[in-house]
Design a protein around this ligand. Structure first.
Ligand SMILES: Cc1ncc(COP(=O)(O)O)c(C=O)c1O
Length: 392
């Protein structure tokens, strides 16, 4: 298997990477677990990083200057206005090392130990962790497959909000189900937050990865009453494939909210993003769109292929076509496997998938498959999985 995966990247080149995706397992395993893509990054990002190196420009950033985060905040605000009809105030956008750091900081700033935090489940593991590792109570709002899509029950949301909840965390588009929540669903979440005076943390890191037929709506852009109680977290790490460069933003919907946050979390605790992360994120948000549009076409084809192949050849695996993200949530309970689904596919197929139990307790019959790879490698991954099932 030495095929060129995407122009410029062969399997050997991927295996030489130092990332979790390509280092965690041995050479006999095809990795489809951690959420990053096998595509080379956009040319404007590569040029920005090369420029920094050629200038040997590694000094302290000038506060308020280009490297001080001001341009990043402006670029983020501009991108939200251009793409998602939401105009955050750049003065209320703060840069940080990564989005998960922002989640942790907001949980610490806006709640106390023992407080309830509502989380859509299954959930990206680090969102759950931001709640439980800080001794807050996780109030699970379960997304259930209603025959058409994964959806939450508004009555359950209302009951959870009444249970000493202080925060609501919305991941939209949703990892791992790939849902893009509708205006009505987001309004139901926002109105419940208003009734119960909840602060809403909105993780929109997958907002750029939305497929034909769906449209991402920014929660804070839906209603000024939602904005004032929200913090939106985002980064270019997923859509532009630069997670190792560590740069993210938190956009506060209200000055008083940012002041409250800063009283508990002094800016020095958060630190500043690395200048390489800033350069790459600026290049991505300002000049990366043509690259992203091309990648989205590839990802949509890959998504369709995964759904078509698995539905036809392994109907016992339940799969809903994700409306966004390059992740597919597979419910393998119909296979009645003797071990967890991720262990099964790792051992029997040599394919690494993210274990369902990391996303929801009791979810060990589920796995999350990352399909952001070349058509060739994706065929090998699917074929290995199907061959393992055929062998029994
Ligand atoms: C929902 C969600 N939030 C946050 C992250 C991580 O973002 P960052 O790399 O900026 O910490 C991921 C990564 O997969 C994710 O899926």
């Amino acid at each position: 298997m030495t095929d060129e995966l995407v122009p410029g990247r062969e399997l050997a080149a991927l295996r030489a990477l130092q990332s979790d995706k390509w280092r965690r397992f041995g050479p006999d395993v095809l990795p489809a677990h951690v959420a990053e893509m096998d595509y080379p990054v956009a040319a404007p990002i590569r040029a920005a990083l090369a420029g920094r190196i050629s200038r040997q420009d590694y000094g302290y950033p000038l506060p308020g200057g280009r490297d001080g985060g001001r341009l990043l905040a402006e670029a983020f605000a501009q991108r939200m206005a251009d793409r998602f009809d939401w105009s955050p105030d750049p003065a209320l956008v703060i840069p940080m090392g990564d989005l998960v750091q922002g989640l942790y900081a907001c949980v610490l700033a806006f709640s106390d130990p023992g407080d309830g935090v509502i989380v859509l489940m299954p959930s990206y593991p680090k969102i759950r962790e931001a709640v439980t590792a800080n001794a807050r109570r996780l109030l699970a709002l379960t997304l259930r497959d209603d025959g058409e899509r994964f959806a939450f029950d508004p009555a359950e949301l209302e009951a959870l909000a009444s249970d000493r909840a202080r925060l609501l965390i919305i991941c939209n588009p949703h990892n791992p189900t790939g849902r893009v929540f509708s205006r009505a669903e987001l309004r139901a979440l926002g109105e419940c937050a208003e009734r119960h005076n909840l602060i809403v943390l909105v993780d929109e890191v997958h907002a750029d990865l939305v497929y034909t037929g769906a449209r991402h709506l920014s929660f804070a852009g839906l209603d000024p009453a939602f904005a004032v109680r929200s913090v939106t977290l985002n980064s270019a790490t997923k859509s532009f494939n630069i997670p190792g460069l560590r740069c993210a933003v938190a956009a506060f919907g209200d000055r008083a909210l940012l002041q409250r946050f800063s009283q508990r979390i002094p800016p020095r605790v958060l630190g500043d993003p690395n200048v390489f992360g800033l350069d790459a994120t600026l290049a991505a948000w300002q000049d990366g769109q043509p690259w992203l549009a091309a990648v989205l076409t590839e990802l949509e084809a890959a998504r369709d292929r995964v759904v078509t192949v698995l539905r036809a050849a392994a109907p016992a695996i339940r799969i809903r076509a994700p409306e966004a993200t390059y992740l597919a949530w597979l419910d393998c309970s119909g296979l009645e496997l003797p071990v967890t689904a991720s262990d099964y596919f790792l051992r029997a197929a040599g394919v690494a998938l993210s274990p369902g139990q990391a996303f929801i307790p009791g979810g060990s019959a589920c796995v999350r498959l990352n399909f952001a790879t070349s058509p060739t490698l994706l065929e090998h991954i699917l074929q290995r999985m199907l061959d393992a099932l055929t062998r029994g």
